[in-house]
Design a protein around this ligand. Structure first.
Ligand code: ADP
Ligand code: MG
Length: 379
């Protein structure tokens, strides 16, 4: 079946659209990427989303307008693929997260994605599955991360243990034990490790007076020296010490957090932009390594990096430095496109939804049970 997966992550850089040919179900799942493209947000829409994510107030009417403006962008990304390929039967659209609150002792989680599926189906004429996180949250879970079950079936190795580390705005890991025995799937773990690119992107924008939005290949940070005493101090913060399941977002690792990092840098005499950037890059690297060393049953045989942060060569080098002998590769190196892995995952989740196959892993999200994820809309 030909399915389009759509997602814009917490970097809010643009919509990744992947057209995939999917067959099989879980153990025999086969996915072939036919085409992928990223459609950047128009600057004003991106600024508006960033402001809303940063807590800017919004009337309900303005919220509805923003929801539809995002849905139109998502639909356009799908239409661009529709113009080139026939027989597309389904869309799985994650939408744009604008608010994520993990569950707590006295409250259910809350996660809001804009870009409503009902409008996407209207504009494309294609059956659309969206709002993937709600069912897992209703079952007491975080509604995140949702990609681990797909990682398990696409990247699990028969003898080796693997960590799939996605580095979007936020970092998230899927730990895959060697793929053997009946209970293998229940032993998959996953959680948000903390910041991915979010703090680095915010700092680059600030330090370049708005001229740059990210550190291409990490080349700016690479000219600096990380303040490792400071990153060790930051690692003591509650999120990094919290035992999984756990999830986070720009609500924590956003502009306010970055400003506090800048103040901490200044208080420690770190004032060169390259050193500040190297220190923020180091926080992403050490938070990943610390997460593995603290919360995994064993270190993996190898690590795969995906998402935009996998193109940051300096970050990759620092992760490798902290993981010592564990090889750190990118998913591209094992044949899975690092740019479109998340979009591919939402295509698979939509496909599973209409085939009545649960998409969450309770061992990852903390939900009480497996659930069918996503709401199905027909035009
Ligand atoms: N060539 C590159 N060098 C360094 N960083 C990059 C590069 N390309 C993308 N990125 C980083 O990846 C981010 C986008 O990654 P993505 O996986 O789309 O994240 P998200 O899922 O949060 O949208 C950008 O904001 C940027 O920080
Ligand atoms: Mg993105």
């Amino acid at each position: 079946m030909r399915v389009i997966g759509l997602i814009s992550g917490t970097s809010i850089d643009g919509i990744d659209a992947a057209l995939v040919e999917i067959s099989g179900s879980t153990a025999d799942l086969q996915v072939e990427l036919l085409s992928g493209q990223t459609m950047p947000y128009p600057t004003d829409l991106r600024q508006q989303i960033l402001a809303v994510c940063g807590g800017a107030p919004l009337s309900i009417a303005a919220l509805a307008e923003l929801d539809d403006a995002i849905a139109r962008q998502f639909a356009n990304a799908a239409i661009a693929l529709q113009q080139k390929f026939l027989d597309i039967e389904l869309i799985g659209s994650h939408g744009q997260t604008v608010f994520h609150r993990p569950p707590a002792t006295a409250s259910l989680g809350y996660s809001l994605q804009l870009g409503r599926g009902d409008l996407i189906t209207q504009l494309t004429g294609i059956r659309t599955v969206s709002n993937f996180r709600a069912a897992d949250i209703a079952a007491g879970g975080h509604g995140a991360p949702l990609v681990p079950k797909i990682d398990a079936y696409l990247l699990g190795h028969p003898q080796k243990t693997v960590c799939m580390q996605n580095i979007g705005g936020i970092g998230n890991v899927t730990y895959l034990p060697a793929r053997m025995g009946d209970r293998w799937e229940q032993q998959v773990l996953g959680w948000d490790t903390g910041p991915g690119n979010s703090l680095m992107d915010l700092a680059v924008n600030y330090l370049s007076d708005g001229r740059k939005i990210y550190d291409e290949s990490g080349s700016w940070a690479a000219t600096g020296t990380p303040a490792t005493a400071l990153t060790q101090q930051w690692l003591q913060q509650p999120y990094f010490q919290q035992v999984p399941p756990k999830s986070t977002g720009r609500e924590l690792f956003g502009a306010d957090y970055m400003q506090q990092c800048l103040r901490d840098c200044e208080a420690n005499g770190i004032t060169r932009p390259a050193d500040i950037l190297a220190t923020l890059t180091e926080l992403t690297a050490v938070s990943i390594a610390h997460s593995y060393q603290t919360f995994l049953p064993q270190l993996p045989d190898y690590v795969l990096l995906g998402g935009g942060g996998s193109k940051n060569a300096y970050l990759k080098q620092r992760i490798q430095h902290h993981l010592l002998a564990t090889p750190v590769l990118t998913t591209d190196e094992v044949g899975l496109n690092a740019d479109f892995k998340e979009a591919i995952a939402f295509a698979v989740l939509a496909y599973w939804r209409i085939h009545n196959i649960p998409g969450n892993l309770p061992s990852v999200t903390g939900a009480k049970r497996e659930v069918l994820m996503g709401e199905v809309y027909d035009s």
